[in-house]
Design a protein around this ligand. Structure first.
Ligand SMILES: [Zn+2]
Ligand SMILES: [Zn+2]
Length: 187
């Protein structure tokens, strides 16, 4: 016999997990994520909605969140300043801890290595925003440049050397000409 798994579509990264916290260990929730309200994370623009799936697993008092999410980022190349886009995929595996005991309403002690980003708040809201932000910022570190071999801007004449390979010799400027170059740049 086949058991149908219920999958909800989530349009934001905040989830009320009070029902899940009332269940026994092993309870799960599955969500398909489609969030188009987040346009920017730090200096990174999101060019596409954040999409993917997440799985919540009740483990003791905590909720283990696993999943994978995708988007496309838009940013300025660190070398040539061209704006470019790059696909980004992140994987999540984070244990979220509750701050309130659902049945008694008493405050629960925070774990030793408590991280604000993985705290389920007093209203039983599990917010993935901060862990997603951190993961995307970290993942996009490898997409700092429009392409791995971007030649960047010439420090002497300022041209984009990917488009226009100039003949300036920035690293080996002859001392006899360096004075002349400075004069030319000032003009
Ligand atoms: Zn570039
Ligand atoms: Zn040049």
């Amino acid at each position: 016999m086949q058991t149908k798994k219920k999958v909800n579509i989530a349009h934001e990264l905040r989830f009320n997990v009070s029902q899940l916290l009332k269940e026994v260990t092993g309870g799960t929730r599955d969500y398909n994520i489609f969030v188009d309200s987040i346009k920017q994370l730090d200096d990174i623009q999101l060019d596409e909605p954040l999409s993917g799936r997440v799985h919540f697993l009740r483990t003791g008092p905590d909720v283990l969140v696993t999943g994978d999410l995708h988007t496309t980022i838009r940013r300025e190349c660190g070398r040539c300043l061209t704006v470019f886009t790059a696909p980004i995929s992140i994987e999540l595996e984070e244990l979220f801890y509750p701050t309130i005991d659902l049945l008694s309403g008493n405050a629960l002690p925070a774990p030793e290595d408590a991280d604000e980003a993985t705290r389920i708040d007093e209203l039983h809201t599990l917010d993935l925003y901060e862990v997603v932000r951190q993961a995307i910022v970290l993942e996009s570190e490898s997409s700092r440049y429009c392409r791995p071999d971007c030649k960047g801007l010439c420090p002497v004449c300022g041209q984009d050397r990917n488009i226009n390979p100039c003949t300036c010799q920035d690293d080996s400027v002859d001392v006899r000409w360096s004075g002349l170059l400075e004069v030319e740049i000032e003009e």
